[in-house]
Design a protein around this ligand. Structure first.
Ligand SMILES: Nc1nc2c(ncn2[C@@H]2O[C@H](COP(=O)(O)OP(=O)(O)O)[C@@H](O)[C@H]2O)c(=O)[nH]1
Ligand SMILES: [Mg+2]
Length: 341
């Protein structure tokens, strides 16, 4: 990298610190992992230089995990499910990292407390690592940090990474854009509710799990599963999967029923997608998309950091809002004066 005036490079001391931290992460030290993710999540400019040095050191050793996106509305049982599936996996010898993504919630600090009590056994297990959502950030900021946290967890030796998100706004698409397989957790529901399920999320699901298939909800759950199973066939063939269409299964996070089968499905899908080359192609596509998103966000952030730009934007915005200037003309004017040529 070339040093350019006005852009500070990390000093040798912080570079040495990054190297030491990277080595501790690679040895699998938990506290180092937590510190590394904190560094990656930091918005401080000096931390970002350190974080880049850290990630450069870790990236060659990352990439080894099955990356699973998991989504579902609040209360569907995500935390309970992750605790149960996570315990099953760590007891089978896996190392499981759980990263939560909740861009919608300013109170995510509060909800993760509830989650920690639902994931009590898993959070205490030496082969598990649970990390709440980075808060106070844009969707793009959350996407970057979570993507980087995945790399750090992989470098630390975690072979299963679950990225959990509540089904709000764009967060599912974002999570699907950084994982290999996307699992949707659903509640048992009547046929009418099925009509209301967003089409977009059905299109990205690789596996639908109808949770709470226990007690008196069991027959409803089975009917719901059959409905989803039929609906999934209307959407698409599943890329990279010889089986064809995404499956819908019943599980109970509380009783543990169906969890082993759900995991077998995910593992089989992963094996097929590796074998066919789809998984690597998908990761390549994801990296390219991230590059473009970073560039777009970075350009915008730099523009907004210019006081002259902000002043001009505000002035023009008033005219645009009042209908005196067309939005397109105002944007073209601003781009001419401030945009790169
Ligand atoms: N009967 C039943 N209840 C469940 C199951 N999984 C979760 N729950 C309950 O559903 C509620 C919400 O669970 P939680 O894991 O916090 O959902 P989250 O908001 O999606 O993380 C809690 O009261 C759980 O005990 C299940 O498989 N069966
Ligand atoms: Mg939860």
């Amino acid at each position: 990298m070339v040093d350019t005036p006005g852009h500070s490079r990390p000093d040798t001391q912080s570079q040495a610190a990054s190297v030491a931290l990277a080595e501790a992460v690679l040895r699998g030290e938990r506290r180092a992992l937590a510190r590394a993710i904190t560094l990656v999540e930091s918005t401080r400019e000096d931390h970002q230089d350190e974080a880049r040095a850290l990630l450069a050191a870790l990236a060659p050793r990352a990439g080894g995990a099955i990356r699973i996106g998991l989504s579902g509305t609040p209360g569907v049982g995500k935390s309970t499910f992750i605790e149960a599936l996570g315990m099953l996996l760590v007891e089978a010898g896996h190392k499981v990292a759980v990263l939560a993504v909740d861009p919608s919630s300013a109170r995510s600090g509060g909800s993760i407390l509830g989650d920690k009590t639902r994931m009590e056994r898993l959070s205490r297990h030496p082969s598990a690592f649970i990390r709440p959502s980075p808060s106070r950030s844009t969707l793009g900021g959350v996407a970057r940090r979570t993507r980087e946290a995945i790399l750090v967890a992989e470098a630390a030796g975690f072979d299963v990474v679950i990225v959990e998100t509540v089904g709000v706004g764009q967060s599912e698409t974002m999570v699907a854009g950084m994982t290999d397989h996307f699992v949707l957790l659903m509640a048992p529901a009547g046929g009418d509710e099925l009509q209301g399920v967003k089409r977009g999320i059905m299109e990205i699901a690789d596996l639908i799990l109808v949770n709470k298939a226990d007690g008196e909800l069991k027959p409803v759950a089975e009917a719901t599963r059959a409905d989803y199973s039929g609906a999934l066939r209307l959407f698409r063939k599943r890329p990279g999967d010889p089986e064809g269409y995404p499956a819908a299964l019943c599980v109970s996070a509380v009783s543990g029923a169906g969890l082993a089968e759900a995991w077998e499905r995910i593992a089989a899908l992963d094996a097929a997608r590796r074998e066919s080359g789809w998984r690597e192609e998908n990761r390549q596509r994801q990296r390219s998309e991230r590059l473009r998103a970073e560039l777009e966000e970075g350009f915008l952030a730099r523009l907004h950091a210019l006081p002259a730009f902000r002043a001009e934007l505000e002035a023009l915005e008033a005219g645009v809002a009042a209908g005196e200037v067309l939005p397109e003309a105002a944007a073209a004017d601003l781009l001419d004066r401030f945009g790169p040529r």
